[in-house]
Design a binder for this molecule. Structure first.
Ligand code: ADP
Ligand code: MLT
Length: 297
């Protein structure tokens, strides 16, 4: 049984066959069918034939994490305020990427904000109000694991907000972000893009893996049947909020390891921090990370 008493096999008929999860790489478990073949849904609409190897990932990730630390010192020394928004569909890999971003940062000065369902009190406030409380002060980096964009995604699709609230959000979001940027906030908006079949595989792995079961929510299950509604919501969201002052960056994330390092590269590439190592940063792979217009399906 899953949360809320749902029968998992009803949702994922695949579970009636013998499926197991192979954990040779704990970061990237693989789903194995009864006949021993691996489920390779990551290949769906993916521009590369190989996933990043563990060795390359470990090596590159470490070097980029050192650069992220330099970025943090720079933010601290210059009194900068940085906001990184992590968005994307369920299971796109936002949380996993944030974990690697923060792994070696000094927690004093780098925070993750992951807000839950709004309380009654928050429901009565200006929509952006509860996010504003968490914005950085001088010297801080704040990473939003989901953000005000909930209103354009889950709230819109699941009907947690009405049309009027949605329209107001779509009008206010660019204005809100313009105010932040105008005030000197360094705003980065990352959209993690997972394909349909790969999202499903990740949900099944969450169901089968005891340490991932908490990640599978009732909303996740709902989203299976709402793929198209989420796509529509995403397109509308980009149309309204991919602005010059606060553009979106899309990260293709079917290969989680590559997505994590390319997301780091993309953030690092845009700031001229002290003691920067351009060789390590290189240039973000345009097949994996870039402006919304170039990568959104
Ligand atoms: P997550 O993907 O963050 O593990 P869920 O899939 O359950 O969690 O929910 C997705 C997002 O929807 C969360 O940010 C949550 O706060 C938000 N959410 C859930 N229920 C509501 C609600 N009734 N009204 C507004 N937002 C909600
Ligand atoms: C998500 O995108 O739903 C979370 O980041 C979980 C994950 O790390 O895949």
């Amino acid at each position: 049984m899953m949360n809320d008493g749902v029968d998992a096999a009803e949702v994922f008929p695949e579970l009636r066959t013998k499926l197991r999860v192979e954990f040779s790489d704990d970061d990237d478990p693989v789903l194995i069918r009864e006949d021993g073949s691996a489920v390779e849904t990551w290949r769906e609409n993916y521009p590369l034939d190989e996933r990043m190897t563990r060795a390359e990932y470990n090596h590159t990730k470490r070097l980029l994490q050192i650069e992220l630390l330099k970025l943090q010192y720079w933010v601290k020394d210059t009194g900068g305020r940085m906001v990184i928004v992590f968005e994307g569909r369920d299971a796109a890999g936002k949380g996993g990427t944030i974990k690697r971003f923060t792994e070696h940062l000094n927690p004093r000065g780098a925070r993750v904000v992951a807000l839950g369902k709004p309380t009654d009190r928050e429901q009565g406030e200006w929509y952006f109000q509860r996010y504003v409380t968490h914005l950085p002060t001088a010297g801080e980096i704040v990473m939003f694991d989901r953000s005000w964009y909930n209103r354009a995604g889950v709230e819109r699709v699941m009907g947690y907000c009405d049309q009027e609230q949605y329209d107001r959000f779509i009008r206010q979001a660019p204005a809100f972000e313009r105010m932040l940027v105008d005030d000197g906030v360094l705003l980065v908006k990352l959209w993690f893009s997972v394909s349909r079949a790969e999202q499903r595989t990740r949900f099944i792995i969450r169901q089968v893996d005891p340490v991932r079961q908490w990640k599978l929510s009732a909303n996740d299950i709902e989203s299976l049947d709402r793929w198209d509604a989420y796509t529509k919501a995403k397109v509308e969201m980009f149309r309204a909020t991919d602005t010059e002052q606060a553009p979106w960056t899309v990260v293709k994330s079917n290969d989680k390891k590559r997505a994590r390092v390319e997301a780091m590269r993309s953030v690092l590439a845009r700031f001229d921090y002290s003691d920067r190592n351009p060789e390590t940063i290189g240039s973000p792979d345009p097949r994996i990370v870039g402006p919304a217009a170039t990568l959104l399906e």
